[in-house]
Design a protein around this ligand. Sequence first.
Ligand SMILES: C[S@@+](CC[C@H](N)C(=O)[O-])C[C@H]1O[C@@H](n2cnc3c(N)ncnc32)[C@H](O)[C@@H]1O
Length: 206
Amino acid sequence: MKNQCKKPTGWLGRWMLRNMNSRHSKLTDWGLAHISAGVRDTILDVGCGGGRTVSKLAAMAPGGKVYGIDHSADSVATSRKTNAGLIDNGRVEIQQGSVSQLPFSDGMFDRVTAVETHFFWPNLPHDVGEVWRVLKPGGTAILIAEIYKGAPTAMSRLAEKYSHKSGMTLLTVDEHRQLLENARFSDVQVDVEASKGWICAMGKKP
Ligand SMILES: C[S@@+](CC[C@H](N)C(=O)[O-])C[C@H]1O[C@@H](n2cnc3c(N)ncnc32)[C@H](O)[C@@H]1O
């Protein structure tokens, strides 16, 4: 099951992606309320999964363009299906690729978002550096998740207990702050909805 979240594959993966589109919707709305977007912004959603966040971002920047990237072919296919109309209108583009080697030029994006994915990334300091690279100066990145180390929820405690087996990297609130500061982000803020175990960590590229 954990592998299906890390890299959804096959019919079970596609079912989970549709499920995550609705299950992560409230968390995503809470997280995205921490950032604004300009009407014409260019935005990247990393680990776009079933593509619901991409749709929400397209609504936040109605004259802009939203890119989604995911290393799973089934996530890419599901995201494309979810956003078919926006893709036809040239407002959304979904690509297959890894956060560790983003196929975008330096300084391309006003905003980079990542929902329920950064704990799966293979090398967080390097991968957050990739996010920093593709941001424009003045651009903002936000990491959003429904678990973090030290959260007082059963799901977070369970994920923490088995992280050595799952390979998930769970960080505390302070470790999220350090991660972004070490990657040269400024104005770093970390907010939690502790009762739900939700966290969002954001920073600006100076
Ligand atoms: C739990 S799902 C979340 C999907 C979506 N963001 C959401 O909130 O519903 C995690 C997604 O991150 C993707 N992912 C995990 N590691 C990745 C990596 N290293 N590079 C790109 N995508 C990755 C997975 O394929 C999966 O689609």
